[in-house]
Ligand binder design. Structure first.
Ligand code: ADP
Ligand code: ASP
Ligand code: MG
Length: 443
């Protein structure tokens, strides 16, 4: 079907709404006639603070919990003073803060559970969206505040329930046929049982992509604090550069392998429905940013990203490896514990795999132990080099390895796709590896 021409989905991340003045910048960016759905994150620092609050509640450390909440509340009360100018607006803002913080305080009474933690984390996005809505109201711009808990939902496998989202979002939007500016919360959703849940840290990008697909938006824009996708991680490497254009495959790979600018799975929905994703800088709205579409642009290596928190499992079995069905048994064990494998390499007597989710590591090691000797190493990092590797032909791999000649490499994955080389290194070597790659490949 045709895209809904002209309808945009714009997502603003935490730093883009981190203060009253940043919120005013967002308000001026969205106050025009283009029909749009605006997805907001919590104000920068809020989700971290709420996570910390939850950790105190788990530990029954009521005093630290109370102190943290009091500090956060006073910061919000200050934002209100700056954000809203009429006494009526300030009063409304204050009531909003009171009601959310009373709700949060109530968790500091009895036993704290995972369900409650999710409800606590959800308050950040509820606050930021209501505050922007109040600001627009004071400025005379009409907006509709949609509650994403009424339409965002994940299923029993923790995957977005596309049908539910589409049907319920449409039902919400149809209530306002004349209106053009909608605001809603990123990150938060309901689970298959209707309880409050979320799309994992950084999940507002995913919300935007899912909404973009549900309404067939003409474009999904991710507004953040940097001028688009850079060719290396700017937190660890100097002189990184914006990439003007990326294909869905390249962007998805980089996001999955650690480029924090995008939530790891946020490209998938847009890619499936061929909706362009544009990364834009709230601090410099006129800079072109990065456009992500189906077509790949000029060939060559595009970017490097790194994903920490990786554990490698080496499974060694002289007897079994060449036997039929050995790999199936190995994979079945990971499947049984719903643990996905990122990288895999094999030799005659051993197979090594990496995982980033270690909740069931002990069970996995025990089960693998029935068939093979098992050895694990944590604190590993996957470095991923992405680009049009076919266009570059054989020179590419050499350039990558030359760049890493003083970094021990534990695993290499090359050839399974034409747009990526992944290498496993020790996390302590990451910054060196990223900088070496930057110098050799991009400068
Ligand atoms: P938001 O709060 O808007 O979602 P994030 O902090 O999640 O913003 O993502 C933006 C940050 O991602 C940038 O400030 C930058 O430090 C980091 N980042 C990591 N890798 C990249 C990259 N390849 N390109 C751009 N930014 C990156
Ligand atoms: N507020 C959430 C977080 O900090 C979601 C997001 O910002 O995308 O992870
Ligand atoms: Mg983010």
């Amino acid at each position: 079907m045709e895209n809904n021409q002209g309808l945009l989905v714009l997502k603003f991340g935490g730093t883009s709404v981190s203060s009253a003045s940043r919120m005013r910048d967002v308000a001026s960016l969205i106050s025009n006639d283009t029909p749009k759905i605006v997805v907001l994150s919590a104000m920068a620092g809020t989700t971290n603070a709420l996570e910390e609050y939850a950790s105190y509640l788990y530990k029954q450390d009521k005093i630290s919990a109370r102190a943290l909440l009091a500090k956060l509340k006073s910061e919000y009360l200050e934002v209100i003073q700056d954000l809203l100018s009429s006494s009526e607006g300030k009063q409304k803002g204050k009531e909003l803060i009171e009601s959310h913080f009373n709700y949060l305080e109530n968790f500091n009474r009895d036993l704290f559970t995972l369900f409650e933690e999710k409800a606590v984390l959800a308050q950040g996005e509820m606050l930021s969206t209501a505050l922007l809505h109040y600001l627009l109201e004071e400025q005379g711009t009409f907006s509709v505040l949609l509650q994403s808990l009424n339409f965002m939902r994940i299923d029993k496998n923790q995957e977005p329930d596309d049908y539910y989202i589409r049907e319920n979002l449409h039902r919400e939007l149809e209530k306002y046929p004349e209106d053009k500016l909608f605001i809603t919360q990123g990150f938060i959703c309901r689970d298959a049982f209707g309880e409050i849940d979320n799309l994992k840290r950084g999940g507002s990008d995913y919300t935007a992509s899912l909404i973009g697909v549900a309404v067939k938006a003409s474009e999904i824009q991710i507004w953040t604090d940097i001028d688009g996708f850079h060719n290396n991680d700017p937190r660890f490497v100097e002189k990184t550069k914006t990439i003007g254009q990326l294909s869905y495959a390249e962007a998805a790979e980089l996001a999955y392998f650690g480029a924090k600018i995008l939530h790891p799975t946020s490209i998938r929905p847009a890619r499936e429905k061929n909706i362009p994703v544009r990364l834009k800088n709230t601090l410099d709205p006129d800079s072109p940013g990065t456009l992500i579409t189906a077509g790949t642009s000029e060939g060559g290596l595009k970017a490097v990203a790194a994903k920490d928190g990786i554990t490698v499992i080496r499974i060694r079995s002289g007897r079994m490896l060449l036997a039929f069905g050995f790999l199936r048994k190995v994979f079945e064990i990971f499947e049984n514990y719903r643990t996905s494998i990122d990288m895999i390499t094999t030799s005659e007597v051993s197979v090594s795999v990496t995982i980033d989710q270690t909740d069931h590591l002990d069970d996995i090691i025990r089960d693998l132990g029935h068939y093979a000797d098992v050895e694990t190493h944590s604190d590993q990092t996957i470095v991923c080099v992405v680009g049009d590797l076919i266009a570059e032909k054989e020179g590419v791999a050499r350039e990558v390895f030359n760049a890493l000649d003083d970094v021990p490499v534990r695993m290499i994955s090359y050839g399974s796709s034409s747009n990526n080389i992944s290498l496993l290194i020790s996390t302590k070597d990451k910054i060196k590896a990223l900088n070496n790659l930057s110098k050799n490949l991009f400068q």
